[in-house]
Design a binder for this molecule. Sequence first.
Ligand SMILES: Nc1ncnc2c1ncn2[C@@H]1O[C@H](COP(=O)(O)OP(=O)(O)OP(=O)(O)O)[C@@H](O)[C@H]1O
Ligand SMILES: [Mg+2]
Length: 309
Amino acid sequence: MIEIVALSDTMREVVRLAERVAVTDANVLVTGESGAGKDALARLIHARSPRASGALVKIDCAALPRELLEAEFFGYERGAFTGATDARPGRLEAAHGGTLVLDEIAYLPFDAQAKLLRVIEEREFERLGGRRTIKVDARLIALTNVDLDDAVKRRAFREDLFYRLNVVRLQVPPLRERREDIERLSGEFVNVYALKHGRDVTGMTPEALAILKVYEFPGNVRELANTIERAVIVAGAPVIQAADLPEALRAAVLIQKRAKQRQTLSELEADYIGETLAATRGNKTEAARLLGISRKNLYEKLARYKDRG
Ligand SMILES: Nc1ncnc2c1ncn2[C@@H]1O[C@H](COP(=O)(O)OP(=O)(O)OP(=O)(O)O)[C@@H](O)[C@H]1O
Ligand SMILES: [Mg+2]
């Protein structure tokens, strides 16, 4: 795991806010696309908080079916359900004195949402099948890559719980909106994966970096990390080449570039025609002759440009 990289203005601002909220006990809602760095930010908040020496516990609300999730979350007493041969504390208890990260909070079932609200308001709960009320002191950080406001509107998520979790909201921007971070992230990942795979790779060519800098990265930082890991493995030299990047990625960048060039060409044509017309003081017959096209063709082109505005 590497130090969080935040060279871009947008990411620097997010980290600055995270550090400010970290020292408080406020609940935090972290939003952002998949792979953008929500977990990374949650770890940073915990590490910079007075609870840093306490536990950092995570529960993924999307990973388990409802019954299992509640058992995992609240723990259970012996005999709470078939198979509960022993009592077990849940993640909530494990997070006592520390931080509890609720990953994919939008998937928390409705019943569990009510229970969580009680945990926030009363700081207490019971294990499944238990009568003993247990006190708990944990800082909550909820993560989501779906629009929770929308889930509230659709009544899929309790509004009261939403307000309790959304005391401070941090929005991790997608990687394509902070390309300034790509070079440093890439460098860090090269070191990490060279070490992991015992490869003598120390960097990449400017061409390889240029490709990474224009790629869209729908999978965000995670996709960048995977891309570099693969490149480190396949690289036949100490420096990663453009050819070491996945074919699909290079193709995507090419298509993007060509699309841009096509636009530039037609713009170029429009500019050139405009200049020629200016030179002939609007004489279209003369302009067409100079451009080597028919008068009809020139009129068609002009009409097309006019349509496009
Ligand atoms: N700013 C950053 N600096 C350094 N590493 C980062 C940064 N952001 C993300 N990472 C790394 O990228 C990977 C993906 O990030 P993370 O797991 O935090 O994403 P996520 O938003 O939680 O994704 P998901 O929604 O899929 O759970 C992790 O290995 C993380 O450590
Ligand atoms: Mg995550």
